[in-house]
Ligand binder design. Structure first.
Ligand code: SF4
Length: 458
């Protein structure tokens, strides 16, 4: 059954098979979890909310909280005003969050529910207690992907909550984009080592990678706090890491409060991390790079030079979220590999343009596509194989059928554990990616090579 993919490629316009993306509210829910004391709320049917929560839970292996407007047939016809009003009453009475972050679903978007008006009326009716906050983002899943949902919710947080007092703070707002909590932790570690005061938005470290101490806390201690988020309007600058998931929020902050934005790509690999560290230098007292960071970089460069022979011109297929795929393609080129198939399930001309810019001089015949899927990638691979696949868990089908090693990165990873604990951003994260890639190639060689090539030492 796994091998039903045909070699013969027929151009498809309206059909996706084995999509390389998921729906907008999942990204919005993930972004909301990066606010301390926030309850993500799904304005739609119970099924949507259950799916989004379980998908995030399976990836992070942590309980993911969220509430739902629980639409039934009545709400589907007459709108969700009564449901959302009752939901807000229940949420504040039972769970008592500081903030409720409402995102819409396909159903409430098709009905055309006006969430701000519903919330205003709910407040007038006393469903929202004094001092409590309700924000919202429109996240219709029939356009965009989880990436769009993440960006929409992060921008909504800025729109609703950032404030300017007129007194500029010596701090930088960092928008990390849709990355793992471990990645956010690493970005914070680098920023702290550089001595730069900052607010990270959103920040899911300490929320979805928390430790076990025997007590369940509905709102873990992590996440950007309300005073921190408010203060982003007074930040001296912002740094946004990722065209699709971070730049829109930084531009929102810039247009709302004139906080100048530095727009970077995600800090993957040597050059990607160098750009981030160089940007931080401008805000760092003394402007020097911390010795620990230089040592991390040195170790990475050493590992690359030790291992480069194994990557030279290796054909790699890369699939995943656009910001991360751009970062991995950059790093693979630094390693001397040839990313020859590069896809994202999300929409974005900027993605294709950027990948062309990177690959045209080195791999001019590379296949590059936005809004693609794993079926199409499989067809390309059937016609001309690759040495390794870099993708999320869904790449395992192609990997198994074609006996090609899979390096699991991105979202979702449903069948492994390390992504929650170990970063792939920064020099340290690049070292981990290098380790995964090298071992995947060695494992395949050990499994399949002729006896005379079977080596104890690599
Ligand atoms: S695609 Fe739409 S209907 Fe389906 S789970 Fe996502 S939001 Fe709900």
């Amino acid at each position: 059954m796994l091998n039903a993919t045909t070699k013969n490629i027929i151009e498809r316009k309206a059909l996706r098979v084995n999509a390389a993306k998921t729906c907008q509210p999942i990204g919005a829910m993930y972004a909301s979890l990066g606010i301390h004391g926030c309850m993500p709320h799904s304005h739609g049917s119970q099924g949507c909310c259950s799916y989004h929560r379980s998908h995030l839970t399976r990836h992070f292996k942590e309980p993911v909280i969220a509430t739902t407007s629980s639409f039934t047939e009545g709400a589907s016809v007459f709108g969700g005003l009564a449901n959302l009003t009752q939901a807000l009453k229940n949420i504040f009475t039972i769970y008592n969050p500081d903030i409720v972050a409402v995102h819409t679903t396909c159903l409430s978007e098709v009905i055309g529910d006006d969430v701000p008006t519903i919330v205003r009326r709910a407040r007038e009716e006393g469903a929202v207690p004094e001092g409590k906050i309700v924000i919202h983002a429109n996240t219709p899943s029939f356009v965009g992907s989880h990436i769009t949902g993440f960006a929409n919710m992060t921008s909504a947080i800025v729109k609703y909550l950032s404030e300017k007092t007129g007194e500029t703070k010596e701090q930088v707002t960092i928008f990390p984009g849709f990355v793992e909590p471990a990645d956010m932790r690493e970005i914070k570690r680098i920023t702290k080592l550089m001595g730069v005061p900052f607010v990270m938005l959103p920040d899911t470290s300490g929320v979805l990678d928390g430790g076990l101490d025997g007590n369940y806390t509905m709102f873990p201690k992590g996440g950007a706090t309300l005073p921190e988020i408010r203060s982003t309007g007074d930040s001296a600058a912002s740094i946004a890491l990722g065209h699709f998931t971070a730049h829109p929020s930084a531009l929102t902050l810039e247009s709302k409060h004139k906080v100048p934005a530095t727009l970077l790509e995600m800090p993957f690999g040597v050059a990607g991390t160098d750009e981030f560290v160089q940007t931080l230098r401008a805000f760092s007292p003394g402007g020097a790079v911390a010795p620990e960071i230089e040592e991390d970089r040195g170790r990475l460069v050493d590992a690359i030079s030790d291992m480069q022979q194994y990557f030279h011109k290796k054909r790699v297929a890369v699939a995943g979220d656009p910001d991360q795929v751009i970062g991995y393609v950059r790093f693979l080129l630094e390693l001397g590999a040839h990313p020859c198939y590069v896809i994202t399930g999300s929409k974005g001309n900027a993605f294709e343009q950027r990948i062309h810019e990177l690959l045209d001089p080195v791999v001019p015949d590379a296949k590059i596509k936005q809004q693609s899927d794993f079926f199409e990638l499989h067809q390309w691979i059937k016609n001309e194989p690759v040495d390794v696949i870099v993708a999320n868990t869904y790449g395992k089908f192609v990997s198994r059928v074609e006996d090609i090693p899979l390096v699991r990165v991105g979202f979702p990873i449903l069948d492994r554990v390390g992504h929650r604990y170990f970063p792939t951003v920064g020099y340290v994260g690049a070292l981990r990616f290098l380790d995964m890639l090298t071992n995947a190639l060695f494992d395949k060689k050990d499994r399949t090579c002729a006896e005379e090539w079977f080596e104890l030492v690599q």
